[in-house]
Design a protein around this ligand. Structure first.
Ligand code: NAP
Length: 464
């Protein structure tokens, strides 16, 4: 094979997925000025940015400004976007192997973990990540229905998604009016009868997975009182010890926010958000197939052999009447066709980004970055260093000649194949038109954008 990575024979890279990990792969490659790299990005939806568009809360616009950097990467003439193209449906691994020297999977984690308690399948018991995708206007979730006629809702989990869901359920119309929440969700929330929301954490305030700005923000809601039980805000011995030995600034801030709540006077606001600690659900109780309550057990904290503070159940049980339950115990990656997948972890088998088989043997030319590589943890920026690690491995392998040997390694051959396989392919220019139409619609009502929520509407707008 002639030397690859120069103007005569550019390195050709296929990127599967257009979320942060995909775009940080692009920006990391662009830093390698010595290399001539052509990158084609494949995205199942017509719209790019993954969870930045459909996961980040609609009232947290500042987190979405990261897309400006992604836009900039997309302007590079060696970058192409192929939206509305599904790897595994329109394209096979062999299609890609025949046209690219390297393939990187950045497909994220589009499912969620289950709770494994009885009653999880009752009507009224939902995945928080489905709810998030629905209120963010993800086309796969437009027709989902969430019964907001219930007065009480429990959210299981102490992460940022749990806090996002609680905030969206508690915010007033006025507090959401400047967001890019999907119209169907705004309408449903306007008619919502939910007045009591419970966040249920299995461990204590020291071990909470949310971040300080997010938990602080719930204390500033316009029409919601926050309730934290004084004895649950107090730290048990194991947690106090953990905080003293390895508690970072964020943990200290989280604890301070929680410990201030019991001293606050309730102001008789319309909604109440109760944050509970050291409780685990044991049963989602129902009647006629509908959730009516959640049974919880009080936990006690203990130091495990590995030094971490864990929770174990006591015999003290409690029943909280609720008509809705959102499990918010983490996202989960889904298998990617023809790529070795670790079912236990919900991630692709890999060694620092190089895809391996189950026995750890590296699969030449295959790479991964982001949540599907390391699991659903960290903030958007965490994917930058994560993608950097993989891109470094890709560049190292290129230099060592460990790349694929595609039969059709010119750009046009790939373009022709993709057009043949998916005539409704969406280019970056098409996406810019979709984006502009959404932003223009938003300007009429002082919102950042009004999203298209159906693929067919996006295609119609483009005159397809
Ligand atoms: P997460 O941060 O991993 O939190 C999951 C929560 O679920 C933890 O509190 C965990 O408790 C709990 N949990 C797990 N299994 C449980 C069980 N069986 N019973 C009860 N509780 C259980 O996940 P996430 O909230 O889905 O967020 C995913 C990632 O996206 C995180 O990195 C998050 O920070 C990020 N995110 C960030 C923002 C933001 O920056 N504003 C917004 C949304 C999401 P344990 O700790 O005890 O395991």
């Amino acid at each position: 094979m002639p030397q690859v990575g120069n103007a005569g024979q550019p390195l050709r890279v296929a990127i599967i997925g257009s979320g942060p990990a995909g775009f940080y792969t692009v920006s990391n490659f662009l830093k390698h000025k010595e290399l001539h790299v052509e990158m084609d990005m494949f995205e199942r939806l017509p719209t790019p940015f993954g969870l930045v568009r459909s996961g980040v809360a609609p009232d947290h616009q500042k987190y979405k400004t990261v897309t400006r950097a992604f836009d900039k990467s997309a302007q590079n003439t060696n970058f192409r976007f192929y939206g509305n193209v599904t790897y595994g449906e329109h394209l096979t691994l062999d299609d890609l192997k025949q046209r690219y020297h390297q393939i990187i999977v950045c497909s994220g984690a589009s499912s969620d973990r289950s709770l494994d308690v009885p009653g999880e399948d009752l009507t009224g018991s939902y995945s928080a990540t489905d709810f998030v995708a629905w209120y963010n206007g993800h086309p796969d979730y437009v027709d989902y229905e969430f019964d907001l006629n219930q007065e009480s809702a429990a959210i299981v989990g102490l992460g940022n998604v749990a806090v996002d869901v609680a905030r969206i359920l508690c915010k007033t119309d006025d507090e959401l009016k400047d967001s890019d929440i999907a119209d169907h969700a705004m309408e449903a929330l306007r008619g919502s009868k939910v007045k009591k929301v419970y966040i249920l954490g299995r461990r204590g305030p020291v071990q909470a997975a949310y971040t300080p700005p997010e938990i602080k923000e719930v204390g500033e809601l316009e029409d919601t009182d926050v309730i934290v039980l004084r004895d649950e805000a107090e730290l048990d011995d194991a947690s106090r010890d953990e905080m003293e030995t390895k508690g970072d600034r964020n943990t200290q801030k989280n604890v301070a926010v929680i410990q201030a709540f019991p001293d606050r006077q309730l102001q008789g606001k319309t909604k109440q958000l109760t944050i509970r600690f050291l409780v685990s659900p044991t049963d989602i109780v129902g009647e006629d197939g509908q959730v009516t309550a959640i049974k919880i057990v009080k936990n006690e904290a203990y130091r495990s052999d590995d030094g971490s503070v864990r929770a174990r159940a006591t015999e003290q049980e409690e029943i909280i009447p609720v008509g809705l339950v959102f499990r918010s115990v983490g996202y989960r990656g889904l298998p990617v066709p023809e790529i070795p997948f670790n079912e236990n972890w919900g991630t692709i088998y890999n060694d620092h980004g190089r895809v391996t088989n189950e026995s750890g043997e590296v699969q030449t030319g295959l790479y991964t970055a982001g949540w599907i590589k390391r699991g659903p943890t960290g903030v958007i920026g965490t994917n930058k260093t994560d993608a950097q690690e993989t891109v470094n491995a890709m560049v190292e392998d290129l230099k060592a000649g460990k790349i694929l040997d595609p039969s059709f390694s010119d750009r046009e051959a790939a373009a022709v194949m993709i057009e043949e396989k998916q005539p409704d392919v969406i280019s970056w220019e098409d996406w810019v038109k979709i984006d502009q139409a959404e932003v223009e619609k938003g300007q009429k009502t002082n919102r950042p954008r009004v999203k298209f929520t159906r693929v067919s509407d996006m295609l119609d707008m483009l005159g397809r």
